[in-house]
Design a protein around this ligand. Structure first.
Ligand code: SAH
Length: 267
């Protein structure tokens, strides 16, 4: 496949669609390309909380916030607007391609019935994902092989989640868990912990990053034995260490967590 392919279609009458990542919430961690798209946008679409993070907006900008559960509708609506020549931004938290809107936009494009959508000038602008932002606060826990898993079973069966957790644990990957629990699904993080405890040592470092980059940010370092599901909510990303992940303390008392670049032979 040629990389140039995506530029071979002529953009339509000035409209475009940008799917941007806001990063964890701190404006300093927002990519300049995403900022420029927000500045040039006529329509800004997204979940309420994210729209608030992306603002303030000018009077000439139309802001359309919506519920978190209607991603596909929101993506279709954005295509419709862009196809009529408007400059449209869809906002996601973190990275738009990590459990977020870029994927819904791709689904909408694949299912599109309106040929005008194919010629919409579409760009995905990446952002710093929650796991990366949390990792940076505490050292380098993602410094070796890692994976990300969403614990939400809205769109996939729990049996798939459980199997992936088990295999990731067996493979000794560092695991970043997104969407750990919600009022609708309070038990999933506890179930995930029970599974992980079968495969990993009780002293395995666990990092809880809550509201990273926002005013109420909290970062806890605990262990697999001691982590308490009550400390975890939908605004938390969890990093479960591998067998190699270490906690170090400097002379000033500062604690860091990292996973070394090397891995012992024969483990
Ligand atoms: N696209 C986002 C993830 C969306 S899924 C990203 O790349 O970060 C939503 C989940 O992401 C939340 O349940 C939480 O686990 C995590 N998350 C998003 N923003 C966060 C933040 N600022 N601090 C901690 N976790 C966050």
């Amino acid at each position: 496949m040629q990389l140039e392919q995506q530029h071979s279609v002529k953009p339509n009458s000035g409209g475009w669609l940008r799917v941007i990542g806001l990063g964890p919430g701190d404006p300093a961690l927002l990519a300049p390309a995403a900022k420029a798209a927000l500045n040039e946008a006529e329509d800004v679409i997204g979940y309420r909380t994210y729209i608030q993070l992306a603002g303030p907006f000018r009077d000439d900008q139309r802001v359309q916030d919506s519920d978190n559960r209607v991603e596909l509708e929101r993506a279709r609506h954005a295509f419709q607007l862009a196809a009529t020549g408007r400059r449209v931004v869809i906002v996601s938290s973190g990275d738009p391609g990590v459990f977020a809107m870029a994927t819904a936009v791709m689904e909408a494009l694949e299912q599109a019935k309106d040929p005008a959508w194919d010629s919409v000038d579409l760009q995905i602008i990446p952002g710093i994902s929650a796991a990366q932002a949390a990792a940076a606060r505490i050292g380098a826990p993602l410094g070796h092989d890692f994976c990300t898993l969403s614990l939400s079973d809205n769109l996939k069966p729990w049996s798939v989640i459980a199997r992936r957790l088990q295999l990731a644990a067996e493979a000794d990957l560092v695991i970043a868990l997104y969407n750990p629990s919600s009022r609708a699904r309070p038990h999933q993080f506890s179930e995930a912990l029970a599974l992980l405890r079968e495969h990993r040592a009780p002293e395995t470092p666990v990092i809880l990053g809550r509201s990273i980059g926002r005013a109420d940010e909290q970062v806890f370092v605990t262990t697999l034995a001691e982590v308490d599901p009550a400390q975890v909510d939908m605004r938390t990303v969890i990093i479960i260490g591998s067998s190699q992940t270490r906690i170090i303390q400097t002379a000033t008392g500062r604690r860091w967590v990292y996973t070394p670049r090397w891995y012992p032979a024969g483990k």
